[in-house]
Design a protein around this ligand. Structure first.
Ligand SMILES: Cc1cc2nc3c(=O)[nH]c(=O)nc-3n(C[C@H](O)[C@H](O)[C@H](O)COP(=O)(O)OP(=O)(O)OC[C@H]3O[C@@H](n4cnc5c(N)ncnc54)[C@H](O)[C@@H]3O)c2cc1C
Length: 532
């Protein structure tokens, strides 16, 4: 299959987009005022410094400006602003493209001996500064996993599949389908993110309420370190000391380069189905979600948007005149004036799906929900990988947009939700905050916030910093996690100690020093600079 050309300064593939609908513009203008459009610097106008000398690397290596530019940033808001304004702080001196696990080891050995920083790069979709090159005295190599792709083996009996780290989401599912299997791990970045990136960041997909985060799906890993390959083969369970596979999951390139991962697959579903339900409010919706999870209803997707996100969502879809009238009428009913959209999805055996649907209906009906049918669900399913294009279009329109996510036990979820909103509203930046609950567990759930603000040119980063730090402070001080699935990167690294304690940071640092004694792997990511 020919590779599709990726956009270098925004999300996705060249030629694709998600123009901001007129209704969305009006919705934003009403709350934030008109946006002041943000331009985009042309690729040819971005000056690159010459590459610094590097040791011989035992893998194909390129220093072409286009390759270095494309490996300079990820997809955080600061990254996107830097790419658009042509103010990229630093570039890798080369992009190295190993073709085997052994080559990765050799590259790490050479980099370690010469004191060259190595940034492992999967799909480059990190939103927390995990792949962003930072200025420094040491030369930098972006180690791209793009040539380490594909299925290595399938053990159909055990439903285990081993993939090379650079395999992209669609390639994973395409390789499993002929075996009657699927992984079901579908982050919104599915089309562009990789197996290695998922494992390195503890990612979660839309179906994670049913299939689990990647943490649950990893059965074994192979990791390249400067000292050689470290293999932790697939096992269903073990009592041989602490679970070291779990240490690799979420290690964000600090403990080595994941070269292969063995993942737990599941059979293709007999049927797949879903439903959109309008809940009367956020609190009753959250309560219904808790009941659904604690009753063990076999759901694969669960997603509850708060009233603001539900309202914003209606502006993104083009409804028939009749459907639009019905939608307006529903939201104007007193009972649903703060209506929250709940999406429920099932996949599996026909019996199981029917049981899930019936049990779920008892819960959402008792909480005052109103079934909206399957079309809202189907539209979301069809368009969910397309939504990220909207972010670039909003930036062009002059509206900043970023997301952050956390998790908390059910008992404190409401406090975290309110605290984050209050803190951002008090940050001094005019902001609209959308939120949804997704990725739910028996003991809690994740909250995913999207925040939008009118860009003040020249002060975009300061605005973002004020909002982001207010929200992070609020969620940490009310018992939320620093991240539920985006990871730590460089952006969250200064806060890691707040969640895992000084001892936790010290233990991780000691491990990183053991596996990477020269500290060449991803300095500043996960562990704050100076702690590694
Ligand atoms: C539009 C958009 C939507 C997103 N939606 C989701 C979502 O739904 N769920 C979710 O979990 N995340 C989401 N993300 C965040 C991101 O896609 C995930 O963090 C993803 O797991 C990163 O995968 P990647 O292959 O792009 O890794 P990269 O971005 O390339 O790398 C991420 C980090 O892992 C390290 N790394 C990468 N590969 C390896 C390897 N083989 N060995 C060691 N370290 C490695 C990198 O150095 C970096 O620190 C989204 C991002 C965007 C831009």
């Amino acid at each position: 299959m020919p590779e599709r050309e990726r956009r270098w300064n925004g999300w996705g593939f060249a030629g694709e987009g998600f123009p901001v609908p007129a209704a969305t513009r009006a919705w934003l203008a009403e709350r934030l005022g008109e946006g002041d459009p943000l331009g985009a610097t042309a690729e040819g106008e971005i000056p690159l410094p010459p590459s610094r000398p590097l040791p011989a690397l035992a893998a194909p290596t390129v220093i072409a400006p286009a390759a270095r530019l494309r490996a300079a940033c990820g997809h955080s808001l600061p990254d996107l602003l830097a790419l658009r304004t042509g103010t990229i702080a630093a570039f890798p001196d080369a992009v190295c493209l190993p073709e085997s696990s052994e080559q990765v080891v050799e590259v790490l050995k050479a980099a370690s001996a010469a004191g060259v920083t190595v940034i492992p790069r999967g799909g480059g979709t990190s939103v927390v500064g995990g792949v962003t090159v930072r200025p420094g005295a040491r030369p930098v190599v972006a180690l791209s996993l793009e040539r380490l792709r594909g299925l290595v083996r399938v053990d159909a009996t055990s439903r285990l599949a081993t993939f090379r780290a650079g395999t992209l989401g669609p390639e994973v599912e395409a390789a499993l389908a002929p075996h009657g299997l699927r992984l079901g791990h579908e982050p919104q970045s599915f089309e562009l993110s990789t197996v290695g990136g998922w494992v390195a960041t503890r990612s979660a997909g839309h179906r994670s309420t049913g299939v689990g985060k990647i943490d649950e799906l990893v059965a074994g890993v192979e990791v390249a370190t400067p000292a050689g390959l470290w293999r932790l083969p697939a096992q269903p369970a073990s009592a041989a000391g602490p679970e070291l596979r779990r240490l690799v999951v979420g290690s964000e390139g600090r403990l080595g380069v994941i070269t292969e991962a063995t993942l737990r697959a599941r059979p293709q579903p007999e049927c797949e189905d879903g439903l959109a339900v309008l809940m009367p409010g956020w609190a009753s919706g959250v309560e219904a979600c808790r009941e659904l999870l604690q009753a063990g209803v076999p759901l694969e997707v669960l997603r509850l948007s708060d009233a603001c996100e539900s309202s914003f969502g209606t502006t993104l879809v083009s409804l028939s005149p009749l459907a639009a009238r019905v939608s307006r009428a529903l939201f104007s009913l007193r009972r649903y004036s703060q209506g929250c959209l709940l999406l429920l999805g099932w996949a599996g055996g026909t019996q199981e799906a029917m049981l899930g649907r019936q049990t779920a209906a008892r819960v959402w009906r008792a909480a005052g929900g109103l079934a909206l049918g399957q079309s809202g669900w189907r539209r979301w399913r069809a368009e969910r990988f397309h939504h990220p294009y909207l972010r670039d279009e909003l930036l062009s329109g002059g509206w900043g947009v970023d997301t952050l996510e956390t998790a908390a036990p059910w008992a404190t979820l409401g406090t975290v939700y309110s605290a984050v909103r209050e803190a951002m509203n008090a940050s001094g930046v005019r902001v609209v905050i959308l939120c949804h609950l997704s990725h739910a567990y028996r003991d809690g759930a994740s909250l995913y916030f999207t925040f939008l603000w009118p860009l003040a040119h020249g002060a975009e980063l300061a605005q973002w910093g004020a909002l982001k730090s207010a929200a992070t402070e609020a969620l940490l001080s009310t018992g939320g996690t620093l991240s539920h699935h985006h990871g730590v990167g460089t952006i969250h690294a200064p806060y890691l100690e707040r969640e895992v304690g000084r001892t936790g940071v010290a233990a991780l640092s000691a491990l990183a020093r053991e596996l990477d004694p020269k500290g060449v792997l991803n300095p500043g990511v996960l562990l704050p600079e100076g702690d590694s």
